[in-house]
Design a protein around this ligand. Structure first.
Ligand code: NAP
Ligand code: ZN
Length: 363
């Protein structure tokens, strides 16, 4: 069945979002049609819509934190049935053959992963369209099974688990890769969508967590999320905050969407510590090499996680009661899209606490 879905999309770089429609493909044998229930707003959506990462694929429907139910299954689907509650994150396909895919790291597919939106479908060459939409089609291998939670699909807990499909895996994966556990000293820079989930996961893994944030305005929340320390990096502290924390951290996760004075954060790494760049500003980095050599420090990047690891993360968060703190955006009626545009502006102003999630049923 070809489905014409209602969506919220961008028609040009930097323009306000508008309502539209997107045609979902007929199911291939290994596809599922999913009725979208919740759709998170990640800062990457805003980078893409605003043209921070230039592209010509307009109109474009963003959205890569998606939860919904399976409405229809392709003839070869074996693991999902109609009615199952599933998640979709940042990718919907990969080559399946390279060494990265063979390791279960489809996110590092050497042939390039297929993004959930603004990607190129490997079979028909069309541009993929994301989750700000009533329906989406996805290969079963790229679906995540969502747990049974209080309130079920329609409940507040499921809305709050939705951002884990990007913000959760993006922070869980490096915390696991760099073997964070009891005794680890972890810093999280920026407490927005990614950062507030990172604090919770790192604390649940047993780390001692310090947040570095613009100001102390979110300090109480940060401590409630599991941080032991909360440090302001702006205002009067801007030129000094790093001195009190020299050589302190085994791992620093930088979740900030804007360029930062990286040398200050490198100086806070303990010997053998690593600064992991998760935020994606476009400006190149400049690093003085002796800041690395003098303590055998590393600087690295990390991008989401593989499908098996995403499932592991969802199960870990369910077991530890970790969810995002969300503001639900309803988008009903002709003016409903204004609420999403307003959410974009509030994300850019660091005002959302801590992730906006669209109630896709109101589309
Ligand atoms: P977000 O909700 O907007 O959070 C970013 C946080 O960074 C803000 O809450 C703020 O925290 C801090 N910040 C923002 N502007 C700043 C500035 N000019 N100077 C200092 N701090 C600033 O964004 P998000 O959704 O968490 O995404 C964060 C970044 O990660 C984006 O660039 C996004 O594209 C990227 N991302 C990467 C991956 C990946 O796989 N690597 C996946 C998803 C997203 P405080 O108020 O606490 O300072
Ligand atoms: Zn994202």
């Amino acid at each position: 069945m070809t489905v014409t879905a209602t969506c919220i999309h961008a028609t040009a770089a930097g323009a306000d979002l508008t309502k539209g429609t997107v045609t979902r493909r007929d199911l291939r044998p290994d596809d599922c049609l999913v009725a979208v229930r919740w759709s998170g707003i990640c800062h990457s959506d805003i980078h893409t819509v605003n043209g921070d990462w230039p592209h010509d694929n307009f109109p474009m429907t963003p959205g890569h934190e998606i939860v919904g139910t399976v409405l229809e299954t392709g003839t070869a689907v074996t693991r999902y049935r109609v009615g199952d509650v599933v998640g979709i994150g940042c990718m919907v396909d990969s080559c399946g053959e390279c060494t990265a895919c063979a390791r279960g790291e489809e996110n590092y597919c050497l042939d390039g992963l297929t993004g959930t939106y603004n990607g190129v479908d490997r079979h028909d060459g069309s541009v993929t369209q994301g989750g700000y939409s009533t329906h989406i089609v996805c290969r079963e291998d790229f679906l995540i099974r969502m747990p049974d939670v209080d309130g079920g699909l329609d409940g507040a807990t499921m809305a709050a688990m939705t951002p884990l499909l990007c913000a959760g895996i993006t922070t869980y994966s490096p915390l696991k890769h760099w073997e964070v556990g009891p005794g680890s000293r972890v810093a999280v820079v920026g407490m927005g969508g990614l950062g507030h989930v990172a604090v919770q996961i790192a604390a649940a893994l047993g780390a001692e967590v310090t947040v570095f944030s613009h100001s102390l305005s979110k300090k109480e929340d940060g401590l409630r999320f599991g941080a032991s320390h909360y440090v302001a990096t702006g205002g009067d502290a801007a030129d000094t905050f790093h001195r009190d924390h020299a050589d302190e951290f085994d791992l620093i996760l930088n979740t900030v969407s804007a360029p930062l004075p990286v040398h200050r954060y490198l100086g806070m790494l303990a010997p053998d510590g690593t600064l992991v760049m998760l935020g994606l500003p476009t400006e190149p980095l400049s690093v003085r090499v002796n800041q690395l050599t003098g303590r055998r420090r590393g600087i690295a990047g990390s991008s989401i996680g593989g499908i098996a690891e995403t499932q592991e993360m969802i199960d870990f968060c369910a077991a530890h009661g970790i969810t995002a703190r969300v503001e639900v955006v309803t988008a009903a009626g002709a003016g409903g899209v204004d609420a999403v545009n307003d959410a974009y502006r509030r994300v850019l102003g660091s005002q959302v606490r801590y992730r906006a999630v669209i109630d896709a049923r109101t589309l």
